[in-house]
Each structure stands twice: as structure tokens, then as C-alpha cells.
Ligand binder design. Structure first.
Ligand SMILES: [Zn+2]
Length: 92
């Protein structure tokens, strides 16, 4: 399985009035890229066997980042994050 580490859309914090980003982790099948669960031993969609995490991908606001860029992105405030993402090249 491929592990996806995501930083998602901003959500409004009612206490502080700040916009915050949410982090989430997902797993997808390397063959068909359907979402699967971490403990699945095979893909429910295509039947591909899932033994372990074969690679990790990072996405910020839907854009794919390298692990180095992702580390930088995690330090940014939500406003600076958008600026950082816009400055990075698009990747497939
Ligand atoms: Zn699959």
C-alpha cells in the first residue's frame, strides 16, 4: 500500500478566529489507487495483495510535494502555506 500524508483545507477555529489546516493519513492500493484501510491484507477493489507500505506520498491542499517540501510546509501558517504551495512546480 501507499501511505498518503495530507495537509488539507483550512478550517475555521471558532475559539481563536484563525484558519487552521488539518492533517490526515490515508492508504491507497499501488495498483488501482483506491482508498484502503491500513490493516487490509488485499485491495477490496482490484484484489492486489497489500503487505506493507511500499512508499509514502505527501499532499498539501491537493498538490503533491516531496518529503523535504512537506517538512517545510508543516511549519507554515495557513496563509504562508498557500504562498508556498503556489510557488512549487506541479507534479503528476
Ligand atoms: Zn487495488
Amino acid at each position: 500500500m501507499i501511505k498518503l500524508e495530507n495537509i488539507n483545507k483550512k478550517t475555521y477555529n471558532r475559539q481563536t478566529g484563525d484558519l487552521e489546516t488539518e492533517e490526515s493519513v490515508e492508504f491507497v492500493c499501488p495498483k488501482c489507487r483506491h482508498l484502503i484501510s491500513e490493516g487490509d491484507s488485499f485491495c477490496w477493489f482490484c484484489g492486489e495483495q497489500q503487505e506493507q507500505v511500499v512508499s509514502v506520498e505527501h499532499y498539501v491542499l491537493g498538490k503533491k510535494l516531496t518529503s523535504t517540501e512537506f517538512k517545510e510546509a508543516k511549519k507554515k501558517s495557513s496563509h504562508d502555506l498557500k504562498t508556498l504551495i503556489d510557488s512549487l512546480p506541479d507534479r503528476a
